[in-house]
Write a new protein. Structure first.
Length: 145
């Protein structure tokens, strides 16, 4: 699976940790959309880049990271076709994928997670979207605006 990842300076170290995790697994294609260092940058740029890449490549997923996860999730969600879920637990990652068909995961490097961030990522990536009628209906309602 192709996974696009991006951060600002506040999420840079977690981004590197996630990239190393996937590299060790060798089972997904990770595309780092920046930044290339921990120098101060603007999170909206990278939230948008990841969102646009996910929408452009059907079946791909995205991961966005900043200090809190909030700003970059807002930026990603401004891209039409993105459903970015801010998750600090495996349960939220699972429900975001299953019920809401989230295609981008947001996390904060400086915020406390209930579960290990790598476990949250793995849960998000491995969870299938629930095709039950009630979830399909609700997702259709979200699509209406």
């Amino acid at each position: 699976m192709k996974i696009f990842i991006g951060s600002d300076h506040g999420g840079f170290l977690l981004k590197q940790k996630i990239k190393d995790f996937f590299s060790a697994q060798g089972k997904h294609q990770i595309v780092d959309l920046g930044p290339k260092s921990s120098e101060s940058v603007d999170y909206p740029v990278f939230g948008k880049k990841v969102g646009e890449a996910v929408v452009e490549i059907p079946g791909s997923l995205g991961i966005v990271l900043c200090g809190s996860g909030i700003g970059i999730s807002i930026a990603a969600n401004k891209v039409k076709g993105v459903r970015c879920a801010l998750c600090n637990s495996k349960e939220l990652a699972k429900l975001g994928r299953e019920h809401n068909e989230a295609n981008v995961l947001a996390m904060g490097e400086r915020t406390q997670s209930v579960d290990d961030p790598l476990e949250i990522v793995e849960t998000f990536i491995s969870t299938e979207v629930d095709k039950e009628e009630r979830h399909e209906r609700r997702r259709a309602m979200l699509n209406e605006g």
